[in-house]
Design a protein around this ligand. Structure first.
Ligand SMILES: Nc1ncnc2c1ncn2[C@@H]1O[C@H](COP(=O)(O)OP(=O)(O)OP(=O)(O)O)[C@@H](O)[C@H]1O
Ligand SMILES: [Mg+2]
Length: 257
Protein backbone atom coordinates (compact mmCIF):
# COMPACT_ATOMS: atom_id res chain seq x y z
CA UNK A 1 0.00 0.00 0.00
CA UNK A 2 1.57 3.32 -1.07
CA UNK A 3 1.94 6.02 1.55
CA UNK A 4 0.80 9.61 1.57
CA UNK A 5 3.32 11.87 -0.17
CA UNK A 6 1.56 15.22 -0.36
CA UNK A 7 -1.10 16.84 1.80
CA UNK A 8 -2.64 20.18 0.95
CA UNK A 9 -4.49 21.16 4.10
CA UNK A 10 -7.11 23.86 4.29
CA UNK A 11 -5.41 26.35 2.02
CA UNK A 12 -6.90 29.66 0.98
CA UNK A 13 -5.53 32.03 -1.63
CA UNK A 14 -6.62 35.46 -2.81
CA UNK A 15 -4.97 37.83 -5.26
CA UNK A 16 -5.18 41.58 -5.33
CA UNK A 17 -5.91 42.81 -8.81
CA UNK A 18 -5.88 46.22 -10.42
CA UNK A 19 -9.62 46.01 -11.18
CA UNK A 20 -11.09 44.45 -8.06
CA UNK A 21 -10.13 44.65 -4.40
CA UNK A 22 -9.20 40.98 -4.38
CA UNK A 23 -9.97 37.71 -6.16
CA UNK A 24 -10.52 34.70 -3.93
CA UNK A 25 -9.20 31.63 -5.77
CA UNK A 26 -9.65 29.02 -3.02
CA UNK A 27 -11.02 28.73 0.43
CA UNK A 28 -10.19 25.80 2.64
CA UNK A 29 -8.97 23.55 -0.16
CA UNK A 30 -7.73 20.04 0.66
CA UNK A 31 -6.04 17.44 -1.52
CA UNK A 32 -3.83 14.42 -0.92
CA UNK A 33 -1.52 12.53 -3.24
CA UNK A 34 -0.10 9.09 -2.52
CA UNK A 35 3.30 7.86 -3.57
CA UNK A 36 3.28 6.43 -7.14
CA UNK A 37 -0.12 7.90 -7.93
CA UNK A 38 -1.06 9.96 -10.98
CA UNK A 39 -3.57 12.58 -9.85
CA UNK A 40 -5.27 14.94 -12.30
CA UNK A 41 -6.51 18.42 -11.48
CA UNK A 42 -9.34 18.98 -13.94
CA UNK A 43 -11.31 22.18 -14.29
CA UNK A 44 -12.24 25.16 -16.41
CA UNK A 45 -9.89 27.98 -17.29
CA UNK A 46 -9.32 30.31 -14.38
CA UNK A 47 -10.43 27.83 -11.67
CA UNK A 48 -7.01 27.97 -9.99
CA UNK A 49 -5.19 24.87 -11.27
CA UNK A 50 -1.93 26.72 -11.97
CA UNK A 51 -2.24 28.65 -8.71
CA UNK A 52 -2.47 25.38 -6.79
CA UNK A 53 0.41 23.81 -8.72
CA UNK A 54 2.57 26.90 -8.11
CA UNK A 55 1.90 26.66 -4.39
CA UNK A 56 2.82 22.95 -4.34
CA UNK A 57 5.98 23.83 -6.31
CA UNK A 58 6.72 26.49 -3.68
CA UNK A 59 6.70 29.36 -6.19
CA UNK A 60 3.83 30.97 -4.26
CA UNK A 61 2.56 30.66 -0.70
CA UNK A 62 -1.03 30.11 0.42
CA UNK A 63 -2.59 32.87 2.57
CA UNK A 64 -3.71 30.29 5.12
CA UNK A 65 -3.34 26.53 5.45
CA UNK A 66 -0.34 24.29 4.92
CA UNK A 67 1.19 22.11 2.24
CA UNK A 68 3.19 19.11 3.42
CA UNK A 69 5.48 16.96 1.30
CA UNK A 70 6.57 13.88 3.23
CA UNK A 71 5.32 15.66 6.38
CA UNK A 72 7.69 18.61 5.75
CA UNK A 73 6.01 21.96 5.32
CA UNK A 74 6.56 23.47 1.85
CA UNK A 75 8.10 26.91 2.28
CA UNK A 76 9.66 27.41 -1.16
CA UNK A 77 10.88 25.61 -4.28
CA UNK A 78 12.97 22.47 -3.79
CA UNK A 79 14.67 19.74 -5.75
CA UNK A 80 12.15 17.17 -4.49
CA UNK A 81 9.62 18.73 -6.91
CA UNK A 82 10.00 19.03 -10.68
CA UNK A 83 7.76 21.14 -12.88
CA UNK A 84 6.91 20.70 -16.56
CA UNK A 85 5.19 23.83 -17.85
CA UNK A 86 2.66 24.29 -20.64
CA UNK A 87 5.34 25.84 -22.84
CA UNK A 88 8.59 23.89 -22.77
CA UNK A 89 11.21 25.81 -20.82
CA UNK A 90 14.58 25.10 -22.43
CA UNK A 91 17.66 27.26 -22.72
CA UNK A 92 17.85 28.20 -26.42
CA UNK A 93 21.65 28.53 -26.36
CA UNK A 94 22.16 24.96 -25.08
CA UNK A 95 21.82 21.75 -27.09
CA UNK A 96 19.31 19.07 -26.09
CA UNK A 97 21.93 17.12 -24.15
CA UNK A 98 23.25 20.25 -22.45
CA UNK A 99 19.71 21.23 -21.48
CA UNK A 100 19.00 17.77 -20.06
CA UNK A 101 22.31 17.74 -18.19
CA UNK A 102 21.86 21.27 -16.84
CA UNK A 103 20.63 20.31 -13.36
CA UNK A 104 23.22 17.52 -13.02
CA UNK A 105 25.95 20.00 -13.91
CA UNK A 106 24.79 22.31 -11.16
CA UNK A 107 24.94 19.37 -8.76
CA UNK A 108 28.58 18.82 -9.78
CA UNK A 109 27.95 15.29 -11.08
CA UNK A 110 30.98 13.99 -13.00
CA UNK A 111 30.94 14.40 -16.81
CA UNK A 112 30.98 10.62 -17.29
CA UNK A 113 27.95 10.09 -15.03
CA UNK A 114 26.18 13.04 -16.65
CA UNK A 115 26.73 11.54 -20.09
CA UNK A 116 25.38 8.13 -19.02
CA UNK A 117 22.33 9.66 -17.36
CA UNK A 118 21.60 11.91 -20.34
CA UNK A 119 21.73 8.91 -22.70
CA UNK A 120 19.33 6.99 -20.46
CA UNK A 121 16.81 9.84 -20.27
CA UNK A 122 17.14 10.71 -23.97
CA UNK A 123 16.17 7.16 -24.68
CA UNK A 124 13.31 7.26 -22.14
CA UNK A 125 11.71 10.16 -24.04
CA UNK A 126 12.66 8.77 -27.47
CA UNK A 127 15.03 11.59 -28.42
CA UNK A 128 18.12 9.53 -29.25
CA UNK A 129 19.92 11.06 -32.19
CA UNK A 130 18.79 14.60 -31.35
CA UNK A 131 21.26 15.27 -28.53
CA UNK A 132 23.18 17.90 -30.49
CA UNK A 133 20.14 19.79 -31.77
CA UNK A 134 19.22 23.20 -30.40
CA UNK A 135 15.65 23.74 -29.10
CA UNK A 136 14.64 25.88 -32.09
CA UNK A 137 15.50 22.92 -34.36
CA UNK A 138 12.93 20.70 -32.58
CA UNK A 139 9.14 20.42 -32.96
CA UNK A 140 6.93 21.45 -30.02
CA UNK A 141 6.44 17.82 -29.00
CA UNK A 142 10.18 17.13 -29.10
CA UNK A 143 10.86 20.24 -27.02
CA UNK A 144 8.32 19.09 -24.46
CA UNK A 145 9.99 15.64 -24.33
CA UNK A 146 13.39 17.28 -23.78
CA UNK A 147 11.88 19.42 -21.00
CA UNK A 148 10.38 16.27 -19.45
CA UNK A 149 13.76 14.48 -19.57
CA UNK A 150 15.48 17.50 -18.03
CA UNK A 151 13.07 17.38 -15.10
CA UNK A 152 12.97 13.58 -14.66
CA UNK A 153 16.76 13.20 -14.67
CA UNK A 154 16.84 14.97 -11.28
CA UNK A 155 14.56 12.28 -9.75
CA UNK A 156 11.96 14.59 -8.21
CA UNK A 157 9.74 12.90 -5.65
CA UNK A 158 6.80 14.68 -7.19
CA UNK A 159 6.40 15.68 -10.83
CA UNK A 160 4.07 18.62 -11.46
CA UNK A 161 2.78 18.94 -15.04
CA UNK A 162 0.75 22.02 -16.00
CA UNK A 163 -1.25 21.34 -19.18
CA UNK A 164 1.97 20.24 -20.88
CA UNK A 165 0.35 18.89 -24.04
CA UNK A 166 -2.45 21.37 -24.65
CA UNK A 167 -0.61 23.05 -27.55
CA UNK A 168 -0.01 19.76 -29.40
CA UNK A 169 -2.10 18.26 -32.18
CA UNK A 170 -4.39 15.38 -31.13
CA UNK A 171 -2.14 12.61 -32.51
CA UNK A 172 0.99 13.96 -30.86
CA UNK A 173 -0.94 14.64 -27.69
CA UNK A 174 -2.04 11.01 -27.58
CA UNK A 175 1.56 9.87 -28.11
CA UNK A 176 2.74 12.11 -25.28
CA UNK A 177 0.07 10.70 -22.95
CA UNK A 178 1.28 7.20 -23.82
CA UNK A 179 4.84 8.34 -23.12
CA UNK A 180 3.84 9.57 -19.66
CA UNK A 181 2.20 6.21 -18.93
CA UNK A 182 5.22 4.26 -20.20
CA UNK A 183 7.54 6.41 -18.05
CA UNK A 184 5.27 5.79 -15.09
CA UNK A 185 5.53 2.03 -15.75
CA UNK A 186 9.33 2.30 -15.54
CA UNK A 187 9.84 4.88 -12.79
CA UNK A 188 6.53 4.77 -10.85
CA UNK A 189 6.89 8.53 -10.71
CA UNK A 190 4.26 10.34 -8.61
CA UNK A 191 2.59 12.92 -10.84
CA UNK A 192 0.10 15.77 -10.48
CA UNK A 193 -1.20 16.47 -13.96
CA UNK A 194 -3.20 19.61 -14.70
CA UNK A 195 -5.60 19.49 -17.61
CA UNK A 196 -8.96 20.81 -18.76
CA UNK A 197 -9.46 17.77 -20.99
CA UNK A 198 -11.73 15.11 -19.47
CA UNK A 199 -10.41 12.24 -21.64
CA UNK A 200 -6.80 13.16 -20.89
CA UNK A 201 -7.54 13.11 -17.16
CA UNK A 202 -9.32 9.75 -17.46
CA UNK A 203 -6.57 8.13 -19.57
CA UNK A 204 -3.74 9.26 -17.29
CA UNK A 205 -5.01 9.52 -13.76
CA UNK A 206 -5.78 7.14 -10.94
CA UNK A 207 -7.79 9.89 -9.27
CA UNK A 208 -9.23 13.16 -10.49
CA UNK A 209 -9.99 16.30 -8.50
CA UNK A 210 -12.74 18.11 -10.40
CA UNK A 211 -12.70 21.87 -9.87
CA UNK A 212 -15.57 24.30 -10.33
CA UNK A 213 -15.28 27.89 -11.42
CA UNK A 214 -13.15 30.02 -9.11
CA UNK A 215 -13.75 30.27 -6.10
CA UNK A 216 -15.77 27.02 -5.89
CA UNK A 217 -12.69 24.86 -5.39
CA UNK A 218 -13.08 21.10 -5.60
CA UNK A 219 -16.51 19.88 -6.62
CA UNK A 220 -15.69 16.20 -6.45
CA UNK A 221 -12.86 13.73 -6.10
CA UNK A 222 -13.12 10.62 -8.28
CA UNK A 223 -11.20 7.40 -8.49
CA UNK A 224 -10.95 6.41 -12.15
CA UNK A 225 -11.01 2.80 -13.32
CA UNK A 226 -7.86 1.94 -15.22
CA UNK A 227 -8.69 2.18 -18.92
CA UNK A 228 -6.05 0.43 -21.01
CA UNK A 229 -5.81 2.64 -24.05
CA UNK A 230 -2.83 1.83 -26.20
CA UNK A 231 -4.05 3.27 -29.48
CA UNK A 232 -6.38 6.12 -30.47
CA UNK A 233 -8.63 3.41 -31.93
CA UNK A 234 -8.70 1.43 -28.71
CA UNK A 235 -12.06 -0.12 -28.01
CA UNK A 236 -11.79 1.03 -24.39
CA UNK A 237 -12.52 4.57 -25.62
CA UNK A 238 -15.93 3.31 -26.76
CA UNK A 239 -16.55 1.08 -23.77
CA UNK A 240 -19.77 1.81 -21.85
CA UNK A 241 -17.76 2.44 -18.67
CA UNK A 242 -15.47 5.01 -20.35
CA UNK A 243 -18.40 6.80 -22.00
CA UNK A 244 -20.44 6.79 -18.78
CA UNK A 245 -17.56 8.10 -16.64
CA UNK A 246 -16.80 10.82 -19.18
CA UNK A 247 -20.45 11.87 -19.25
CA UNK A 248 -20.69 11.97 -15.47
CA UNK A 249 -17.59 14.16 -15.19
CA UNK A 250 -18.92 16.41 -17.97
CA UNK A 251 -22.19 16.78 -16.10
CA UNK A 252 -20.34 17.79 -12.93
CA UNK A 253 -18.32 20.41 -14.83
CA UNK A 254 -21.32 21.80 -16.70
CA UNK A 255 -23.61 21.79 -13.67
CA UNK A 256 -21.57 24.60 -12.14
CA UNK A 257 -20.67 26.67 -15.21
N1 LIG B 1 -0.51 36.74 -10.15
C1 LIG B 1 -1.84 36.92 -10.16
N2 LIG B 1 -2.39 38.13 -9.82
C2 LIG B 1 -3.73 38.30 -9.81
N3 LIG B 1 -4.61 37.34 -10.11
C3 LIG B 1 -4.13 36.14 -10.47
C4 LIG B 1 -2.71 35.86 -10.51
N4 LIG B 1 -2.53 34.56 -10.88
C5 LIG B 1 -3.77 34.06 -11.07
N5 LIG B 1 -4.72 34.99 -10.81
C6 LIG B 1 -6.19 34.79 -10.86
O1 LIG B 1 -6.46 33.59 -10.18
C7 LIG B 1 -7.47 32.84 -10.85
C8 LIG B 1 -6.93 31.44 -11.14
O2 LIG B 1 -5.89 31.53 -12.11
P1 LIG B 1 -5.07 30.24 -12.59
O3 LIG B 1 -4.03 30.71 -13.52
O4 LIG B 1 -4.65 29.48 -11.40
O5 LIG B 1 -6.21 29.43 -13.36
P2 LIG B 1 -6.09 28.07 -14.21
O6 LIG B 1 -7.12 27.14 -13.68
O7 LIG B 1 -4.69 27.60 -14.24
O8 LIG B 1 -6.55 28.55 -15.67
P3 LIG B 1 -6.04 28.04 -17.13
O9 LIG B 1 -6.71 26.70 -17.38
O10 LIG B 1 -6.57 29.09 -18.06
O11 LIG B 1 -4.56 27.96 -17.12
C9 LIG B 1 -7.85 33.64 -12.07
O12 LIG B 1 -9.01 34.39 -11.75
C10 LIG B 1 -6.68 34.58 -12.29
O13 LIG B 1 -7.11 35.81 -12.83
MG1 LIG C 1 -3.25 27.37 -15.77
Amino acid sequence: MSHNLLTVQGISKSYRSSFQDSICVFQNLNITVNQNEIVALLGPSGCGKTTLLNMIAGFEMPDTGEIYLEKQSVTGPGTNRGVVFQTPVLFPWLTVQENIAYGLNRRHISKKNQHEAVQEYLSLVHLNGFENYYPNELSGGMQQRAALARTLILHPQLLLMDEPFSALDPVLRFQMQQLVLSIWEKLKQTIIFVTHDIEEAMILADRIYIFGKCPMGILEERKVPSFTITSPFSSSLDSPEFIRTKKEIRNILFSCS
